[in-house]
Design a protein around this ligand. Structure first.
Ligand SMILES: C[S@@+](CC[C@H](N)C(=O)[O-])C[C@H]1O[C@@H](n2cnc3c(N)ncnc32)[C@H](O)[C@@H]1O
Length: 186
């Protein structure tokens, strides 16, 4: 998956030991699990608003031998972290949030997924904007935010990040040459 590869390729050096990572909107847990396996000392906090998704993610984490290093939390974006770990900050936030703009025609395989997994609301920006804003207070100084995004959101998301004070903003192109991942540092 391109987001995971981007995070692992890019020098997102995590100063704290063991690295603490947040995966927001974990779904099946694929990002959390891939990072936990690739960064053996890491502890991942993975949230999702869907209990069904979390159940699958927990099974997957167990199957891949990383259940003990991923804390699965149910709720809206960072809210469960606020409830259970109010002071916890991180070196790295990753997320593949729902970002498909309303009204876009979608292939059948996406339409089979629950709407909450892909629907980004008007222009697809609703959850993405919240992610960029709410990540700020959860990042350590120098910590990184890595977001998968719609290929039409590059300019908008860079401008939003800049306005909010992020630095070292980059938009990476995926293997098809489309803008796909935004990276920024607090
Ligand atoms: C595009 S899917 C990504 C799933 C997985 N991370 C991946 O990359 O395959 C978006 C996920 O975000 C979750 N989600 C949607 N709105 C959310 C919210 N407000 N708070 C937390 N999770 C949310 C959905 O349930 C879904 O699992």
């Amino acid at each position: 998956m391109f987001l995971v590869q981007a995070v692992l390729d890019f020098p997102l050096a995590t100063p704290s030991l063991p690295p603490v990572i947040f995966d927001i909107g974990t779904g099946s847990g694929c990002i959390a699990i891939a990072l936990a396996r690739s960064l053996p000392n890491s502890i991942v906090y993975a949230t999702d608003i869907s209990q069904k998704a979390l159940k699958v993610a927990k099974q997957n984490a167990f199957l891949h031998g990383v259940f003990d290093r991923i804390r699965f939390l149910h709720g809206d974006l960072f809210q469960p972290l606020t409830t259970h770990y109010s002071l916890l900050t991180t070196d790295l936030i990753v997320s593949n949030p729902p970002y498909i703009p309303a009204g876009r025609s979608l292939p059948p395989e996406v339409l089979k997924e629950p709407r909450i997994a892909w629907n980004g609301g008007w222009k697809g920006c609703q959850i993405v904007e919240r992610m960029v804003r709410e990540s700020w207070d959860r990042l350590k100084p120098g910590g990184w935010l890595a977001l998968e995004m719609d290929c039409t959101h590059g300019l908008w998301i860079s401008a939003l990040m800049k306005r909010l004070g992020y630095r070292e903003i980059q938009v990476l192109k995926d293997w098809s040459g489309l803008d796909r991942v935004a990276l920024a540092r607090k």
